[in-house]
Design a protein around this ligand. Sequence first.
Ligand SMILES: Cc1ncc(C[n+]2csc(CCOP(=O)(O)OP(=O)(O)O)c2C)c(N)n1
Ligand SMILES: CC(=O)[C@@H](O)[C@H](O)COP(=O)(O)O
Ligand SMILES: [Mg+2]
Length: 645
Amino acid sequence: MRQLEEISGPGDLRDLTLAEAEQLAGAIRRFLVEKVGRTGGHLGPNLGVVELTLALHRVFDSPRDRLLWDTGHQSYVHKILTGRAAAFDTLRQPGGLSGYPSRAESEHDLIENSHASTALSYADGLAKAYELRGVTDRAVVAVIGDGALTGGMAWEALNNIAAARHRPLVIVVNDNERSYAPTIGGLAVHLAALRTAPGYERLLERVQTQLPNIPVVGSPLYEVLHGVKKGLKDVLAPQGMFEDLGLKYVGPVDGHDLAALEAALASAKRFDGPVLVHCITEKGRGHLPAEQDELDRHHVVRPSSAGAGQPAAAKAYPSWTSVFGAELVSLAATRPDIVAVTAAMLEPTGLSEFARRYPERTFDVGIAEQHAMTSAAGLALGGLHPVVAVYATFLNRGFDQLLMDVALHRAPVTIALDRAGVTGDDGPSHNGMWDLSLLQLVPGVRVNAPRDAASLRRALAEAVAVDDGPTVIRYPKGATGPDIAAVDTDDGLDVLFRSGRADVLMVAVGPMAPICLEAAGRLVDDGYGVTVVDPRWVLPVPRRLLELAREHRLVATVEDNGCAGGVGSAVRHGLDQQGCYLPTRLFGLPQRFLDQGKRATLLADHGLNARHIAGTIAEDLLALRHDGAQDTVADGRLRAEQLAH
Ligand SMILES: Cc1ncc(C[n+]2csc(CCOP(=O)(O)OP(=O)(O)O)c2C)c(N)n1
Ligand SMILES: CC(=O)[C@@H](O)[C@H](O)COP(=O)(O)O
Ligand SMILES: [Mg+2]
C-alpha cells in the first residue's frame, strides 16, 4: 500500500479495496497524531473525520465535485488525500501548510474562510450557479459540524436549500456532539434523538451480540447484514425536522464505518435534490488524550510553544485569558447581576471557572455570536450586566447586533474581545485586526485596550460599573508580561514616559506600550523630546488626549489593529474636528489579509517594532524642521536613518 506522501490525489484511492482503505485510515490516524502532535493544530477534529474524508473522496470526484468544509479546521485528512502529506511538517508555520483549506495550496480547496457556519451558504450559491449555467455533471457537497450547525447562517442557508426540492446538494453533518464542549441547544437534543432512535439501537445491539463473530469487512455476509442494517435504520430511525424542512435525510450513519459511509454518500450522490447525510463521529477518535481532554480534543498546542524553549519572560506571566477569567470571577462574587455569555468557547475565552462557580449565570449560546449579542441586550434590559466573551475576529459576526440591539438601546453590556490584534497561527480570518475600526462606528460604545494584566483587571472593573451603554475590552492572545506603571496620570490618561521638549506625543494602544517605550528611548537618546501616553479607554478618543496632542509638534499612534479606521484615524479625525491640522503618524497593521505566522514576527514585519517607529518619527520631525517650522527638534545632527539601524 502507498505511503501517505505518495498519495497524489483522490484518484489513488478509488482502486483500493475496502480493507486497504481501512488500513489507510489507520495509517492516516497514526500520521496525524505524529505530525500534529509536533506542529500543534486541530488534532481532535481531524481524527474524527478520517473515514468520512476517505469516503467522500472515494465516492465523489474532487475537484470536479466540490467539497466545502465548514470552518475548515477539520481539513487535514482532505489535505493528505489531495497530495499534501509531505508538507505536514510545516503545518500552521510561516510560509507553510495552512491549518485551513487554501486556494493557493490546491485546486481541491474552494473556500478558506474559517469563520464557522458558512459552508451551507456557499453551497447554496454554488448549486444555484451550476443550475443557472446548466452545469449538471458535478456535485456540491458541504461538510458541516454539529457545532457549526448551531450558527444562524446555517439555518438561513438550510431554509433556502430546502426550498429547492430538485436542486441537487449534499449536506454532510459531521455530528460528534461537540464544539469545544458538548454542543448545546435544541438542535443537539434533536441530533441525539436521531442518533439514538430506540428501536434501531436496540435491534442493532441484538444483532451484533447474536452474531458468533463480526463478519469480515467486505465479505458477502457483511454486505448482506449491512443492507439489512441500513434498511432497518430507514424504518426505525425518526427522520425529524430535516425531513419536515424538505431535505431527504440519510442516517444516522456510523462515521467510522467506511462501507456504511460510502453506501450512504453514494445514495446521496444519486439523489436529485437536497439531501442531508447525518454522520456520527467521535472527536479525537483513536487518540486517548484527544478523547479525554476537552481542549486537547479540539486542538493541541505546539509543544515548543507550550513552555519549553519559550523566552523565560513569557513563561512567568499569566495569559490575558486567565487574567480576564479570574477577574470576572472576583467581580461576580459581589455583583450577582454579572452573567457570562459565550459562543461555544467557554474554556478558550477563560470562562470555565466562572461557569463552575456560577453555572446558572453562564450562558453558552452555541456558535452564535449574533444571538450572543442580542440576547445579551435582552439580559441587560432584564436588569443584568452580561459579559460576552468572544474572539475579536468573531465580533465581526455580531457587529450589527452590537450596533443596533446593544448600543442603540444603550444596554450595559460588556464585551471581552480575546485574541485581539494578530493571532498568527490561524491565518487571515482569525487575526483580530478589525475591531477597533468597527467599534469606532458604534455611537456610545466605550473601548478599552489594556496594556498589561493590572490594566486588564482595572478595565474590567470599570467596564462592569458602566450602566448606560456598552463597553468593550480587547486584549491579545498569549502571555501578558510585566505590568507597566504610569509615571503620571493626566485627566484619566496614563503617562508612561515623558522627557524633554514636546516634540512628539506617542499614543500607545494596549499591548503596544512596550515597543512605544523602546522607541521613545531611541528618540530621546538622539535628542528628541517624547511623551508616551496610554489612554486606556481609547474610543471615543478622550478630549484630554487631543489637548495633549496639540501641545506637541507631532502625534504618533501605535495599535495592533488595521490602520483604516483604528484609534489613529479617530485621533486624526478628532483633531480635524477641532480645526487643528497637527501632523499625525499612524502605526498599525496594513489593511490586508495577513498570512499565517508568529504574532511577534508579523507585528515586527508590518512596522510595529521600535526601530521602525523611532526611525519614522525622527524622519517626520526632521521634515517638520526643514519646513521652517519652529526649530524644536534636535540640531539636525541626527539623521533619521541612523535611528532606523
Ligand atoms: C463564527 C465562529 N465562531 C467561533 C469559532 C471558533 N471555533 C472554531 S471550531 C469551533 C467548534 C466547531 O464545532 P463543530 O462545527 O462541531 O466542528 P468539530 O470541531 O466538532 O469538528 C469553534 C467554536 C469559529 N471558527 N467561527
Ligand atoms: C478553528 C477555530 O476557530 C479555533 O479552534 C481556533 O483555531 C482557536 O484559536 P486559539 O488557538 O487561539 O484558541
Ligand atoms: Mg462537532
